[in-house]
Design a protein around this ligand. Structure first.
Ligand code: VG1
Ligand code: CO
Length: 560
């Protein structure tokens, strides 16, 4: 029986402008009549004629409204002449799993349902983003097109009568206006686990984790924070690597993340940090809601900054079979990320790229074969095995390094610093501030730091003096397609390499979030306490930006 396509009239909604990684709004915004429908129709139309007969991947992090949105999207895709959909069972796929599936199946792209690390539930956030055929988040030119379409949309098309069961793995075939249409509900973890097995030496890791090689199992606490990684973690760490049941916690994905804020950092993953601090663990790790972020801590909760994590993995890439096989190309980091990896790149003779915030900026370099490992200070680490950051991959990389060196996480870091020096790093977030004064603050600071007199000025605090070497609003020309991204963050670089960076978040769902990044390099004094070492530069940043005056805040909401 042929199913009918229906066209529904609609009108534009304001503000359907994708941010750093997709469109993120409150659930209540997405569930307004036609809001989700409009945005999805615009995503599909932005693909132009390539959409006809294409394959798309659909899945998300299991948060509230994820399953309903996935079912709705299937019906809209059916109405837009897509030929085949790969849909995660119950609408569940981690962000890295979507990226892997797109590449593995040579799909045109994927629609990812997530607001990542933002809290979930009926009162909280939902999000939708499009990933292109390389598996990475759509670049600016593409998301601008989606936004443009959203301002003029008049109608969307769907097949309301399409019946399928998203909770059962299996293939359903349809005839839509004489054309075949296939919905394949897939096991959410199988493809991803296969991919990890190709990258890492699971045999070696099994012996190391289970204790078969040493008689001493690796003591781990892996915390999925009730996000999407639960199922992946259970299959990989318990079933494949032989870890004990007690090694993994919060592995059931919940629509509201059990009330947790699924953001793996020292503030929101407090339970993990406290447990590892008190207990007998070699490694602790946590992920965000959609599984692309990771936090790594060692014995007694020894904290590894994401900037250091990237540098250490870069130093030990030979411990991972994937890189032995495919070779090591360049490295990259986002602009606010501390420059520890630059030093490793320099030593190994590798190119190091500095790109704006957001994983989409790494994709072109990877596609061009110039980049194999990259990271962001926001707990993102990944490689060119996919085009998203990958939380579980990062933990497997760290366990590989531990196995390879036979050292503890703390010793690995201390040795790294003794060779390269240390980039002390912190980020202060001021969440949900009023937008207007924040815009004013940024404009004001831009004016201050781009004044001709500013370069060469010295600032002193707490017995330290920093002299400005350069200052700008960061802009980036993609070395591959020459596309230009401007106004990516205010940046003050001092002559010892230390930096102050300030930008407004592009992932918040209401108000403005100010991010202040402080990066201070020490060649010798590598064993200090980060909060003490960074104090002078923080005070200087607050003075130059006049942040307390503009935001009315005396302290950040989150410190990482
Ligand atoms: C934040 C991070 C950025 C990251 C982005 C998406 O963006 O700072 O590094 O790429 O989130 O990560 P912003 O614009 O709020 O600073 V995720 O795990 O939320 O997809
Ligand atoms: Co995420």
């Amino acid at each position: 029986m042929s199913l009918n396509v229906e066209t529904k009239q609609t009108a534009p909604y304001e503000g359907q402008k994708p941010g750093t990684s997709g469109l993120r709004k409150k659930v209540k915004v997405f569930t307004q009549p036609n809001y989700t429908e409009n945005f999805v129709q615009c995503i599909l139309e932005a693909n132009g004629t390539a959409l006809v007969g294409s394959t798309l991947v659909i899945g998300g992090d299991g948060r509230y409204y994820c399953k309903e949105a996935a079912e709705l999207i299937v019906r809209i895709c059916a109405g837009n002449r897509v030929a085949k959909l790969l849909v995660g069972q119950n609408g569940i796929l981690s962000t890295p799993a979507v990226s892997s599936l797109i590449r593995h199946n040579k799909a045109l792209g994927g629609i990812v349902l997530t607001a990542s690390h933002n809290p979930g539930g009926p009162e909280n956030d939902f999000g939708i983003k499009f990933n292109c055929e390389n598996g990475g988040p759509a670049p600016d030119a593409f998301t601008n097109k989606i936004y443009q379409l959203s301002t003029t949309i008049k109608a969307y098309t769907l097949v309301p009568s399409l019946q399928f069961d998203i909770s059962k793995v299996g293939v359903s075939n349809y005839d839509i206006g004489g054309k075949p249409f296939v919905v394949e509900v897939i096991d959410s973890v199988a493809n991803y686990v296969r991919h990890m097995e190709e990258i890492f030496d699971f045999g070696k890791l099994h012996d190391f984790v289970s204790g078969k090689s040493s008689g001493k199992p690796l003591k781990m606490r892996i915390d999925s924070m009730n996000g999407v990684t639960g199922a992946y973690v259970r299959e990989i760490f318990l079933n494949r690597l032989g870890a004990t049941e007690a090694s993994v916690v919060h592995t059931i994905p919940l629509p509201d993340f059990g009330g947790l804020h699924p953001d793996p950092n020292l503030t929101y993953a407090k339970n993990l940090v406290e447990t590892v601090a008190k207990g007998d663990y070699d490694i602790g790790a946590a992920f965000d809601g959609d599984g692309d972020r990771n936090m790594i801590i060692g014995r007694k909760a020894f904290f590894v900054t994401p900037s250091d994590s990237l540098a250490v993995i870069a130093h030990y890439l030979e411990a991972i079979p994937y890189f032995q096989k495919n070779g090591v190309q360049g490295f990259a980091r986002s602009m606010p990320t501390a420059s520890a990896v630059d030093l490793v790149g320099k030593k190994l003779g590798k190119e190091v790229y500095e790109v704006p915030t957001g994983w989409k900026y790494f994709g072109n370099l990877m596609d061009a074969g110039r980049l194999c490992l990259c990271g962001e200070e926001s707990f993102g680490t990944g490689s060119n095995h996919i085009r998203e950051k990958d939380g579980i991959w990062a933990v497997l990389a760290w366990i590989s390094v531990m196995q390879h060196t036979g050292k503890s996480i703390e010793d690995i870091l201390k040795q790294h610093w003794s060779v390269y020096g240390r980039n002390y790093f912190t980020r202060y977030d001021y969440e949900e501030c009023d937008l207007e004064p924040c815009n004013e603050m940024m404009a004001n600071m831009e004016k201050t730091i781009t004044d001709a007199e500013f370069v060469g000025k010295s600032f002193s605090s707490g017995g330290k003096t920093y002299k400005v070497k350069e200052a700008d609003n960061f802009s980036y020309t993609d070395p591959v397609d020459k596309s230009l991204a401007t106004k990516q963050g205010l940046r003050i670089v001092f002559d010892d390499g230390s930096r102050i960076v300030m930008r407004l978040s592009g992932t918040g769902s209401s108000g403005a979030t100010v991010r202040l990044y402080i990066d201070s390099y020490e060649k010798q004094n590598v064993l200090g306490q980060a909060s003490v070492m960074l104090r002078p530069l923080i005070d200087i940043a607050l003075e130059i930006s006049q942040l307390p005056k503009f935001t009315g805040r005396n302290a950040p909401t989150v410190i990482t």
